[in-house]
Design a protein around this ligand. Structure first.
Ligand SMILES: NC(=O)c1ccc[n+]([C@@H]2O[C@H](COP(=O)([O-])OP(=O)(O)OC[C@H]3O[C@@H](n4cnc5c(N)ncnc54)[C@H](O)[C@@H]3O)[C@@H](O)[C@H]2O)c1
Length: 355
């Protein structure tokens, strides 16, 4: 029997609460399937670990994780630890060191999910965001000069390499081609006269090569407006690290909220493990109350199953989430219900059994 080794990093705040339900669902899937098993190893890394040890993960953390088939992460960040430390020293480090340069974030209105935009149907909101995940505005390069004086200056560089830009765009073109969908590039070439002009140029070059793929290019400000006014225009979307990060939160808002937004950080060549996580953060405002919505985590578990070679189970998990939303009996408060995190996890397992 095939055993998949999965590293768990539940993290902070609601992270452990939602990951517990993700594991519950994945264990149920493996039991129902009978042909593979999942071996989980948990790592207690995150803000508490930082407060105890001064580091978000041990020095050999990356080496430890490199022996796993995949990583399943809850959320990191908590009051008391600066966000740029918690994010950069754990999450961004894993994405960077494992060259997880593709961040796949589905923005899809599932059956039964609430949409705040009037007159929009389920078919109108079906996008796949491909966010560049290894460089761009989050490269972490810059300087802080004359710190603490009246002359202080900060410089935050954006890093756009031809290699990095081309590879993420190629991934997006291939995906659009395989799905017979259009590809939209998000830019800001009118104001960012180096990085985004370069981005546009590479998109144009690849458009010639992928002449069969319908392409569009929007400025990020126009794209934010159009995602609300006319979401049906967007199918596969490719965006830089920062623009993709922001637009997918907007996407989450039009596709049911943060409790339903999932993301996969992929190393497509599979040299390193890929990482699966809900898009949301540690939600300190509701942590410890047992009311966090675990469905984003269940959706990322579905992406994890796709990645491990079980796409039929990935699809069945999405179907179970949809039936739960349509049934509307076991939902957490963010979706208008009164159910606890655990009860939602139990309900997904029940629906999988009744498939
Ligand atoms: N991937 C990550 O680990 C990640 C992502 C974003 C933010 N963060 C960190 O998380 C912390 C809090 O950040 P924030 O408040 O800006 O964003 P957040 O996503 O944690 O919360 C934003 C709002 O959405 C709600 N929410 C989020 N997830 C929910 C869920 N599953 N169910 C119900 N409601 C949910 C929260 O209650 C809150 O009102 C910060 O430290 C931040 O740096 C981490």
């Amino acid at each position: 029997m095939k055993t998949h080794k999965v590293a768990l990093i539940p993290g902070d705040g609601i992270g452990p609460e939602v990951i517990a339900e993700g594991i519950k669902v994945l264990d149920a899937v493996a039991a129902y399937d009978g042909g593979f098993s999942l071996e989980f190893t948990e790592f207690p890394w995150g803000c508490e670990h930082y407060l105890r040890t001064g580091e978000m993960m041990p020095a050999d953390g990356i080496d430890t994780l490199s022996h796993f088939d995949a990583i399943f992460l809850g959320a990191v960040g908590y009051p008391g630890v600066p966000d740029h430390v918690s994010l950069r020293d754990l999450l961004l480090r894993i994405r960077h060191d494992f060259d997880e340069y593709v961040n796949v974030r589905p923005v899809r209105l599932l059956r039964g999910a609430p949409c705040p935009i009037k007159g929009v149907s389920q078919a109108d909101v079906d996008m796949t965001f491909i966010r560049e995940n290894s460089e761009g505005e989050y490269a972490g390069n810059g300087a802080w000069l004359y710190r603490g004086t009246s002359r202080e200056v900060v410089i935050q560089d954006g890093v756009f390499s031809r290699y990095g830009t081309e590879r993420v765009m190629r991934y997006a073109f291939e995906l659009a081609r395989s799905k017979h969908q259009s590809l939209t590039s998000i830019s800001k070439g009118n104001a960012l006269n180096y990085s985004m002009v370069f981005w546009d140029q590479i998109f144009d070059e690849l458009s010639q090569e992928y002449a069969d793929v319908e392409t569009h290019s929007y400025l990020v400000d126009a794209a934010s407006m159009l995602m609300v006014r006319d979401p049906a225009r967007f199918q596969v979307v490719v965006a830089s690290n920062l623009f993709g990060d922001i637009l997918t939160d907007l996407g989450a808002a039009i596709a049911g909220g943060m409790g339903l937004a999932a993301g996969a950080n992929l190393n497509p060549e599979r040299v390193f493990p890929s990482m699966f996580e809900p898009v949301h953060g540690s939600a300190p405002d509701i942590a410890g109350r047992g009311i966090a919505n675990p469905l984003a985590t269940v959706w990322s578990a579905s992406q994890l199953l796709d990645h491990l070679g079980h796409p039929q189970w990935g699809a069945r998990l999405i179907d179970a989430i949809e039936r739960l939303l349509v049934e509307a009996k076991t939902l957490t408060p963010d979706l208008g219900g009164t159910a606890s995190t655990q009860r939602v996890g139990d309900a997904v397992v029940r629906l999988l059994a009744n498939d």
